[in-house]
Design a protein around this ligand. Sequence first.
Ligand SMILES: C[S@@+](CC[C@H](N)C(=O)[O-])C[C@H]1O[C@@H](n2cnc3c(N)ncnc32)[C@H](O)[C@@H]1O
Length: 248
Amino acid sequence: MSLIFDHIAGLNSARPWGRVLDAGTGINSLRWLRGLPADELTAVTGADLMVRRIRDALGPSPANEKIVTGNWADPDFLSGKRFDTVVADYLIGAIDGFAPYFQDEMIGRLRQLTAGRLYLVGLEPYVVEKPGTPAGEIVFRIGRLRDTFLLLSGQKPYREFPLVWVEKQLAAAGFSIVATKRFPIRYRARFVNAQLDMCVNRLHLVPDDLRSALAAHVETLRAQALALETRLDGLRCGFDYVITAEPC
Ligand SMILES: C[S@@+](CC[C@H](N)C(=O)[O-])C[C@H]1O[C@@H](n2cnc3c(N)ncnc32)[C@H](O)[C@@H]1O
């Protein structure tokens, strides 16, 4: 189990899980939630492809679980449903791909959905300002290059939101914050390769006259980043966060 899921399990140890909503499901959150004593588990995704990936990785749903495809921007989707425990695991950063500019309203929807407690996991944006350390700078360059490829190939980058922005929106939506914790990130070679492979896989979609220069740039950056990752024993940069909140 990850540090973040351990942390949430610890925070929840004195209360029952009850009816649980995984509001932005994926293989990691659902694998973890399946191991908990929930009465019912509803897992939501915006993509049928995610449902197939989950079934391939985790097998069929147990009797108390439903995986539902829909869009939180649709006011009729799961309208009127309330859950004892809501987990929003990297949901806010993924909203732009399904419902652009809906992030603040999504927090309002989470308020309607939460009868008991919300655990919101997010990534502090790191592709914003140039960081002051060699590790931070190379992670920043990787993030910017990945986003460039997504934009040049007509796709949308993730849009992460800062911890303080999310806290403000939660308060405005009628939540009180129970706890907040930051988890510093140490990026490994796997991250470097996954992000840069994402670029390589999109080379055929970028304009012809940029292709060979961008391909060379990706491999130069990969070599630099992997060498630094080895030298520094990982690339320390930024943090994930968990916000625990309850309706006021
Ligand atoms: C980055 S993934 C979450 C990661 C996941 N919890 C895991 O285990 O790795 C984001 C999830 O939120 C879903 N999502 C994003 N925006 C959505 C929307 N507007 N409506 C419904 N689902 C949405 C995506 O389809 C995806 O299932």
